[in-house]
Each structure stands twice: as C-alpha cells, then as structure tokens.
Design a protein. Sequence first.
Length: 609
Amino acid sequence: MQKYGIDVWANGDFFIDNDQLKINYNSKPSLKEIVLNLRNEGFKGPLLLRFPHLIKKQVDMVFQSFQKASKELNYKGAFKAVFPLKVNHQPNFLKPLLEAGKGYNYGLEAGSKAELLIAISYNNKNAPIIVNGFKDKEMLSLGFLATKLGHDITIVIEGITELKNIIEIAKKETHPIPNIGLRIKLHSSGVGIWAKSGGINSKFGLTSTELLSAIELLKKYNLIDKFTMIHFHIGSQMNNIAPLKKALKEAGNIYANLKKLKAFNLNTINLGGGLPVEYSQNPKKLQTNYSLNEYSSDIIFTMQTIARSKCVNEPDIIIESGRFISASHAVLIAPILELFSSEYSENALRLKDKNPPLVEELYELYKQINKNNALEYLHDSIDHMKSLFTLFDLGYIDLIDKSNSEVLTHLLIKKAIFLLKDKNYTELLRIQDQIQEKYLVNFSLFQSIPDFWGLSQNFPIMPIERLNHVATRLATIWDITCDSDGEIESDKNNPLFLHDINPEVEDYFVGFFLVGAYQEVLGMKHNLFTHPSEATVVINDSGFRIKNMLKSESIMDILDGLNYDTKELITNIKSNIANSKYIDQQDRAKIFEQVSTYLHDIGYLKTVS
C-alpha cells in the first residue's frame, strides 16, 4: 500500500481502506464516491470539496490546547482568537467557521473596509473584532460605528498618523469609542519566506520611540484608558519555535514596561498568526519542528514568567492563526485528461524492411527484456536513443528512424518499470527522472494553488483510488493553461508516483490537499480559468449530503466580469456567422446555438469517460 505521506500531513483526517482514500469521520465515505456523485449531477472539471467538520476540529484543537496549558500552569489571563479574513473569506467557509467558534467567542480580524463590513455583519455576538492594516478616516469611522453596534472591536494602530486620525474622530464622535491597540516592531524576526513580516524593518508597526510618542498622545487626549492591546507578528508558517520564543520575551517585556508607564487598561498581547501547517509528505523532511501543544505551552509559560518577574498581571492572549484553522478543510479533486506517453504504443512503430542497426538493437531489447535484465536493458536503451538522436542531427538517419527510437525507448522503460515495480531501485528512479510521465490534469495551477507558482509552496498530492496497487510512473503534472509555469515537476528527492492508466477508457482523479488557506483568495484568472465548482460535504452516520453547491463561472460570466459588453460580443459573433461564406444560411441558427452553449458553459475542459 502506498500512503503518500498521509501519516505526516493528514492529521488523521483521511485514511486508506480497500483501495480508496476515505474521510475519517462518521460514516467514512470515500472521496471517489463523493466525486462520482457530483459528476453524475453534471459537475465536470475540477471540484473543490469543503468539509465543515474539519473546520470545527481545528478550532476545537486550538482552544482546547490553550485551555489545557492555562489550567496546568494556573494562568490568570484569558485566551482568545480571531480568524484573519484575508486567509479565506469565502462564505461557504466563513459561516461554518463562525458556527464552530460560537461557543469559544471566536472572532474575526479585518484588514480592509470590505473585510470589516463582513466582520460587522457576521461575527459572533460578544466575540472580538481586530482591525489591522493601513486605515483612512473612513475605515476608522467604520470602527467607531461597529462599537456603537455593540461589537467588541479593537483598532490596531500601524502608525502615528492613524492615531492622530483616531483622536480627531474621537473629538467629534459621541461615546462609545473603540478599544485601541498598538502594533509594535520587534527586533526579533521570523524565519523562512515570511521572515520580513517581523523585525525592525517590517512593513507595519511602531518603533520603541514611536511607541512612547503614541503613549504620550493617548494620555494627552484622555484616551489612555482605551489602550488595551499590543500586537506583533513575526511571520506566517513559522516552522521553527525558537524565533517565536525570542519574540515572546521581547513583547512580554514591552508589555510590562507599558504597564509601568500607567497604561492601566492594557491587558492583552496579540501574537498575530504564524501557527504552521505540515505540508510535507516525507517523514524525513518535516517542515515544522513543534506541535500545537508545545506552541500553546511555550506562550503561556513565557508570558506568565515575565508577568510574575515584573509584578504585573498576566495578560490575556489572543492569536490570529488562519492557515492552521483553514488549510485542511478544502480538497481539490481534478481528473487526469491525458498521459503524454500514451502516443508511444506498438501501433506507433513504423519499422522499415531495413532499419539502422541501433533501431534493430532497440527492437531486440524490447522483445527480450525480462525481470533479470531489465536494468541493464534500460541503460542500453537510453544510450541507444541518445546515439540515434545524434545520428539524426548529423543527417545519417531520417525522421521515421528517430520516431522509432523514441517509441521503442519509452516502451522499454514502461515494460521495465512494470517488471521491477516491486523493487525500490534508486537507479530506476534516476532513469525515470530522465523520461518522466507527464499527466495532463484538468485544473489551473494559477487559480487553485497559486502559492506553488509564486512561493514554491508544496501541497500534498495523491491519487484518491487504486491505493493497494503499486503506482509506478514518476509523475510530472501539467495543468491546462498555456503557460509553461503551469507545471509541478517531478522531484526525485520527493517523488510523486501515479498509476499507468488509459484516460480514454477510465477515470482517474488526483487530490490536492491542504488548499483551504490563501489559495482561493490569491487565485488568478490566468487564461480565464476561474474558481472551480465547489461543494460543502456534510458527513453523518449514514452517509453524506451535498450542500451549498456552487458551479464554476460560465464563460459569459467571466467576460462580463472583465467588463466586456456581452451583448456586443454576441452581436459580433452573429454577424461573423451570417457573413461567413463557409456557412450555409440554413446552418446559421444551429451554429450560433452551439456557440451560445459554449458561452454559457464553464471554461474547464471536458473529460472522456
């Protein structure tokens, strides 16, 4: 059985049973039966599946871990959390999230006017709202309005100008006034891709000097009692606990010093996000070096130690972890459209009555290969093909001979892989790396996993069936965009093996996992491929049901969203059909109806079943 690292990244959410990848919850349906159910309803192309029980699981884990650590250490401060809307603000994710967090007063973080309006409209009653990012007077005024509507809102100041604007608005507004937080620039910084989120040169926050100026302004204008929070953030996907512990000590000492400066209502430290997700499929190459329990225990212990040593109250702790909460809930399932080696069949051979000697030798190797000589013959076939290509470049053989050498070499490789499928040969892997199997997958990498393209972020990938059968083809995945970057190259250090299939007669689906954080909000309409069709899958004891089905945008919707005049577009097409000398008058209506069908269908390709 090939597990594709599910013991590393899946956190018990999925398991393999009877050849199938199944969801480890209630009735435990397979992903394949969910996909076939949706395809039978007419939803072709890629599918994004949402599992609300996984949202609840992550929320429960975070709160229960901090509650356990607080209880063990007898910590006096409270624990709170908010979800940053920038990570995933899709309603079919957000509503189950808020329902899952209702019992914990789980809140929302907003970084724009649009996100703040979502938070005001949907946030759980009495749950916190944190407002981050740069703000103009209009956005600050919206924060004042949220306070009047009864929300527990804290506006985090990113610069002195914002604080001056709050002071100006407060002079004109009647009470209540929102709570004020100050974002601090720590000298401590994170690690990895997002290390620049923290440190003294980070984009947001106040230096120590600016922080003291802010305190003086708050006192001068009688707003010091509204100053309740300091905030810092040292990076997303913090895969090493050490920089976080260093940052906690710096922030804890800043907190204690501000309390000594008569910031009496300062009671909260907001740690921002950073709680990581394990994306690796290789147990020997883990991306994170700590657990959720270690994370919560270190935070509670460090804050308690500093507070007690400085004789100040133990602060409430709030985190803004979004990736950890949302990544696991969404799975992208996409069908294989084509294997590019399928053209290399015996039917493609065009052997002559008299062939070049090396072609004849290749043919003999193909006929005589067996389990005992497979590796030797593989080496010979690769060498022969290279020699034949050189002969072609020099003009000694023709295009038919070159084609025969390609076909025979690929046939040899395919046969050798089958013969040696039970062996774990490093040499076999090396040879496959030279001639990889290319799988054309019906999805857009730029739309559904843009972080792979932009940040080289890996995502777990595996087939959702045939898992008791050995997958033998070292796979390169190509998406359907006409961009050479739309490719997930094979990596012999972290190889992806898929099965040898015939897509013309059988369905075969690949799953992309942990795609619920950032990927949807960052997805690009490259080649005008848009968000795939999505479904929320609710699993109960007797099976599953589909809700909130959302079909991918039609081509007409896409063009309309790009501000094309779709009426003009249709008129132009009708005119072109009417004026074409190749279309008879009686066929014009039928052809326009065909084009109209395309316009109102989705842009993803159709599979052959």
